[in-house]
Design a protein. Structure first.
Lengths: 183, 205
């Protein structure tokens, strides 16, 4: 199949429900990276991110098909499930990895953690959830405001204002941290 | 340009790593606070970009993919329990019409025949209730050996009421329910399920 004939997520989903393993594999390859990174940035924990992304796919293929294409996109549904699972996990207890255990090592093949990234990740982790979502989707996943609004289930203007507020908070946190390091 | 609109513009400009337009540039030259914010936003964009690149190749382990694929293959092609979509729900109308017919027959039958004995609690009703199902009133009894199919659907409150479920018919939401259908397509038993499409509800099967 040529690139121009790429099947939509919804077509893949329908094929998948009919038992097409190839369609499921294609949907997985297409959506797993973004979904996993979203969970990773939101939770700060690779183990939890893996658990969440895995569970989203388990639910997608489950015997009760919960996705309804009249109500949205497959991708929106998957991120919606992931968001709920992240919230649920947070209610159960702290989800961030211990701060002295950089989370990137075991997933990106031993990239060296530098202090600047560590500070930024920690600042993102400390943001209120709604602000963190805006930063993760718009600045780390490079979604446009329309896409982010669909995932966050809120108006575009809200995404924009949350992102601006989140960036101001991040800037302030990083500045305080830098000042503390100088002292 | 005031500081408020300058801030709006400078954040978007810094996110794109763009060059401030003439109006914004003039404001930045004359406003220390906004200039400071501009520098902070510019720097933050660079740091976020570096973090993005660092995690760009992050993926779930191959074992997770293999597990999902084997689960999918083990599940097979048949997905007997499925959510009824808008199109799939078309069967409900003939089923409702047939149910109405049954109700009509039951109501008018006393005028034709002298008496109708109320149905005794059958074995199937006991089985329904054991699984949390409620028998649909006036549903015809199952034939010996008749198979049941379980179907999941989101139903309007009015539809639920017509199937004997005690819900507020003015409720403005569809409620998830499991139905047991006979081989004639008529519902025999129903229960409200806890499926909430959020990924957190328990699935009853």
């Amino acid at each position: 199949m040529s690139a121009g004939m790429q099947r939509s997520d919804e077509e893949l989903y329908r094929e998948m429900r009919r038992g097409d393993t190839g369609a499921f594999a294609e949907l997985y390859e297409r959506r797993e990276p973004g979904l996993y990174r979203f969970a990773l940035h939101m939770t700060g924990s690779p183990a939890l991110a893996e658990e969440i992304a895995h569970e989203v796919f388990v639910q997608l293929m489950g015997p009760v098909a919960r996705f309804d294409d009249a109500k949205g996109t497959v991708e929106g549904w998957m991120f919606g499930v992931a968001r709920n699972l992240i919230r649920s996990a947070r209610r159960k207890g702290p989800v961030e990895e211990p701060v002295d255990q950089p989370y990137v090592h075991d997933i990106v093949g031993g990239l060296i953690e530098d202090e600047r990234h560590f500070a930024l990740r920690q600042a993102i982790a400390e943001l209120p959830e709604a602000y963190r979502e805006a930063v993760v989707l718009c600045d780390l996943e490079e979604r446009n405001y329309d896409d982010a609004a669909r995932v966050m289930n809120c108006p575009v203007g809200t995404v924009r204002s949350r992102l601006h507020r989140a960036r101001a908070l991040l800037g302030a946190k990083l500045k305080r941290r830098a000042a503390a390091e100088v002292v | 340009m005031d500081c408020s609109s300058a801030t709006e513009n400078l954040v978007e400009c810094a996110r794109r790593r763009g060059t401030p337009g003439s109006e914004l540039a003039a404001h930045l030259r004359g406003c220390g606070n906004c200039r400071e914010r501009w520098e902070a936003e510019w720097s933050l964009t660079g740091e976020l970009k570096a973090l993005r690149q660092e995690t760009a190749s992050a993926r779930m382990p191959a074992a997770a993919r293999a597990d999902l694929m084997s689960r999918f293959e083990a599940q097979g092609k048949v997905t007997p329990i499925r959510r009824a979509s808008g199109m799939d729900r078309r069967w409900l109308w003939p089923a409702a019409a047939a149910a109405m017919l049954v109700v009509s027959v039951a109501v008018f039958r006393p005028f034709v025949t002298p008496a109708i004995q109320p149905p005794a609690a059958s074995e199937e009703q006991t089985i329904f209730e054991a699984d949390g199902y409620m028998p649909v009133p006036y549903a015809p009894p199952l034939a010996p050996g008749e198979l049941l199919q379980q179907v999941h659907a989101d139903l309007e409150p009015a539809e639920l009421v017509s199937l004997g479920v005690d819900v507020d018919p003015t409720l403005n939401a569809e409620l998830p329910a499991d139905l047991l259908l006979g081989q004639d397509g008529l519902p025999r038993a129903i229960r409200l399920s806890e499926d909430n499409s959020t990924g957190l509800g328990e699935i009853q099967q």
